[in-house]
Write a protein that binds this ligand. Structure first.
Ligand SMILES: [Zn+2]
Length: 216
């Protein structure tokens, strides 16, 4: 059983690495964004409520996110889970500890994907995504380029530029993230769970460092 949290700055490659970990180790991939979206599409009572909240552009309360998280972790298989996008601050981290305690689970590794600002910026400017199947590409990572310019390898449909940031707004987002995450990193460091990975290399080199931590 491996329960993993991925912490990473914007454009550090969190989504790509979570996918690679999920596939290699058979873990359940938990992203709080996906949890909310799938609750909405289930049309449950809570889903309908969430849909209203999100359409108004309001924040979903911590309690709701925790409930969904608890349900999902509870249903995870014996291989464990890889959690991304949560926790984002110290309060959520200690709440997560409570949830895991209640169901007799624990975190095995907290992997921090560390990337310098300049490289994250370059990556964020090269991001492409397929409109139809959602596959992610990056022009600035040779392993993540599409085979044919502008065309999805998977489904042959059109891919589009995902970059919604200019340099200035990306810088603000990046620095805000670092500021909020610093206490989180110290917290997991003090618990002896934190593993830092240099995420400035191409995605397979980064994944190989992760394999060295989790086990081949
Ligand atoms: Zn596609």
């Amino acid at each position: 059983m491996k329960n993993i949290i991925l912490i990473a700055a914007p454009a550090a490659g969190k989504g790509t690495q979570a996918k690679l970990i999920e596939e290699k180790y058979g873990l359940i991939h938990i992203s709080t964004g996906d949890l909310l979206r799938s609750e909405v599409s289930s049309n449950s009572e809570l889903g309908i409520e969430l849909d209203k909240i999100m359409k108004k552009g309001q924040l979903v309360s911590d309690e709701i996110v925790e409930d969904l998280l608890r349900k999902k972790i509870n249903s995870s298989n014996s291989n464990g889970f890889v959690l991304e996008g949560y926790p984002r601050n110290l309060n959520q981290a200690s709440r997560l500890d409570v949830i895991l305690n209640e169901i007799n689970k624990k975190i095995d590794y907290v992997i921090y994907l560390d990337v310098p600002f300049e490289i994250a910026l370059k990556r964020s400017s090269g991001r492409l995504q397929c409109k139809y199947c959602g596959k992610i590409y990056n022009l600035n990572d040779e392993k993540l380029r599409p085979l044919k310019n502008g065309i999805c390898n998977n489904c042959g449909k059109e891919i589009y530029q995902r970059n919604d940031d200019n340099e200035e707004s990306f810088k603000i987002r990046f620095n805000t993230y670092l500021e909020n995450t610093k206490p989180l990193i110290d917290y997991y460091k003090s618990k002896g769970l934190l593993k830092e990975v240099d995420s400035s290399k191409d995605c397979y080199t980064v994944f190989s460092s992760i394999e060295n931590i989790i086990g081949k």
